[in-house]
Ligand binder design. Structure first.
Ligand SMILES: [Zn+2]
Length: 107
């Protein structure tokens, strides 16, 4: 059988019909969790928190999705990259074998 091609699920490239032009502010701005919790610095060791800012494919979500402000978004991006280096977060989430089918069965 043909393997299913995994689709990237980032909404950036997608053209949405009901998208606001940008003049007004129709969307409610979500207060970012870091400012809300008064986190001075994003901790790269806090994987559970960082996981909310990456997609199921392991990619960093945009600030529009996460609701983080630019300052925090940047910190999150840095923290995620650092966490990846420390092998705390995956570079690519295992949502499916991209090239070869490594059948490692584990439960
Ligand atoms: Zn913020």
């Amino acid at each position: 059988m043909a393997a299913k091609k995994a689709r990237p699920r980032n909404g950036e490239a997608g053209s949405r019909p009901g998208r606001p032009g940008g003049a007004g502010k129709p969307f409610r701005r979500k207060s970012c969790l870091f400012c809300k919790d008064k986190v001075s610095e994003v901790d790269y060791k806090n994987v559970n928190q960082l996981r909310r800012y990456i997609s199921d494919r392991g990619k960093i979500r945009g600030p529009r999705i996460t609701g983080a402000c630019r300052k925090r978004q940047r910190q999150v991006a840095v923290a995620i990259k650092r966490a990846r280096e420390m092998a705390l977060l995956p570079y690519v989430a295992e949502a499916g074998p991209p090239s070869r089918s490594r059948s490692s069965e584990r439960s």
